[in-house]
Write a protein that binds this ligand. Structure first.
Ligand code: ADP
Length: 200
């Protein structure tokens, strides 16, 4: 199976592109969703996070207060390392298990922080979703109801557009409208089917 690592900055259009691939029948494994699932109530992931960071990281309803935890680790590199040491192996194992259950020509692993230190092993091609920074800001602000400054801070903490593009094997340019985007997704889908057929 051909394994595609899909990444891109905030608001670049990753989720929209994934939906497009999914509509064409491609399986998607979303690292963000897996990251949420491994700390759901009742998981050993949540137990370990609470053991490390304290009960104050729990919301009233017993779920992990992700915003509070993010705030704590954002400014403290050693806390962040501890959190990653708990979560990354679990996320990785869960993604690997899902991969092993799949039978498809290719699969998309959506990993927003792939180039900022996410898993690279096993990935055959890096697919970058690219957009202008002004478009990222406008789209993310509208979607998340956050300020321009908040989105700019996230962009500043992420890999630069130049570095991302130079790490890419394939690029989908989300600088036009949704129709242009879907057209590129269809072309990429056909390309991956061809590459997968040559790989096997
Ligand atoms: P990401 O997952 O990379 O953060 P999304 O796919 O969620 O980005 O896109 C951010 C927002 O912009 C969403 O509300 C989405 O519907 C919208 N969007 C994405 N691409 C386009 C486009 N080409 N034209 C208009 N809106 C778009």
């Amino acid at each position: 199976m051909l394994i595609i690592g899909l990444t891109g900055g905030i608001g670049s259009g990753k989720s929209t592109v994934c939906n497009g691939f999914a509509a064409l029948g491609a399986p998607i494994i979303d690292a963000d969703l897996v990251a949420r699932e491994v700390v759901m109530p009742g998981t050993s992931g949540l137990t370990q996070v609470i053991h490390q960071f304290g009960k104050e990281m729990l919301a009233q309803d017993g779920t992990l207060d992700r915003d509070k935890l993010r705030e704590q680790v954002f400014s403290d590199a050693s806390s962040r390392k501890k959190l990653e040491a708990i979560l990354h192996p679990m996320i990785r194992e869960e993604m690997d298990q899902r991969l092993s259950r799949l039978d498809a020509p290719y699969v998309i692993l959506a990993i927003p922080l792939l180039l900022e230190g996410g898993r690279r092993e096993g990935i055959d091609r890096v697919l970058v979703v690219d957009a202008d920074e002004s478009q990222q800001i406008a789209r993310a602000c509208q979607r998340d109801h956050q300020s321009k400054a908040q989105i700019q801070a996230v962009i500043a903490a992420q890999c630069s557009r130049k570095d991302r593009l130079s790490a890419a094997d394939d690029v989908i340019y989300n600088t036009g409208d949704l129709e242009q985007l879907n057209h590129q997704v269809t072309e990429m889908h056909n390309r991956y089917l061809r590459l997968a057929a040559n790989k096997s």
